[in-house]
Design a protein around this ligand. Sequence first.
Ligand SMILES: NC(=O)c1ccc[n+]([C@@H]2O[C@H](COP(=O)([O-])OP(=O)(O)OC[C@H]3O[C@@H](n4cnc5c(N)ncnc54)[C@H](O)[C@@H]3O)[C@@H](O)[C@H]2O)c1
Length: 246
Amino acid sequence: MTLQIDLTGRNALVTGSTRGIGRAIAGTLTDCGARVAIVGRDLERSQAVAAEVGRGAQGFAADVSDVASVVKLVADVEAAFGGVDILVNNAGLTRDNLMMRIKDDDWDAVIDANLRGAFVAIRAATRGMMKRRWGRVINITSIVGITGNKGQANYAASKAGLIGLTKSVAKELGSRNILANAIAPGFIDTDMTAAMTPEARAAMTAQIPLERLGTPADVAGAVAFLASDLAAYITGQVLVVDGGMI
Ligand SMILES: NC(=O)c1ccc[n+]([C@@H]2O[C@H](COP(=O)([O-])OP(=O)(O)OC[C@H]3O[C@@H](n4cnc5c(N)ncnc54)[C@H](O)[C@@H]3O)[C@@H](O)[C@H]2O)c1
């Protein structure tokens, strides 16, 4: 028998899945047999990506920085799929600046989307998971939530907050067979890192033992593992996917 990651019969909701890491997660979970809700702010774009992904994927629109929008998203996906078994909080944004120059709005925008958005999605989606006594919450944090980073106080705080949130959810919901873990990617080649100058990119690569930036697929593989029965005894953890960087 060949051991495989089999998510047949599982419904997954992946926020921010119209591009980058989220898009790769949606594709990999689908390849493993899950039915995936593709979520972006623009419904048409989500639907187009869902059509690309195929195999039952469906597009939804939500703004994760808006509480009501996230609550409605979970309700809509539950109505369409019959439940959410795997929740991947992937949507995230940066508003980088030196700490002294971060405006209140830039602080709030990052915390609201990256941290409160994940919390609201977890609060809404775990209700059904509790009833079904099975659930997986996977939060995409970042190595900077562990190490801190110059110019990213707001982003690092939101990602560190996600780690505390993950560990708390793991403790509260373990008895209901709901596992909560975080994945901390290092430097992954997406739109988020595309703005780096070639020099900055080279300097970054020099700090990575595997001598390359990560790919969205590198992160997606870790998500599929944590969503699967292979990870049935792992909860409250942060899995670092950074090519050995930190
Ligand atoms: N790229 C990296 O190096 C890296 C490293 C560590 C962690 N991460 C994290 O991985 C996740 C995905 O990042 P990415 O690199 O694919 O970035 P990206 O910018 O390519 O994609 C981010 C996704 O989140 C969505 N999003 C942003 N704000 C949103 C909002 N208010 N409502 C709904 N969706 C929203 C975007 O539309 C997009 O689909 C983020 O949480 C990011 O912080 C990325």
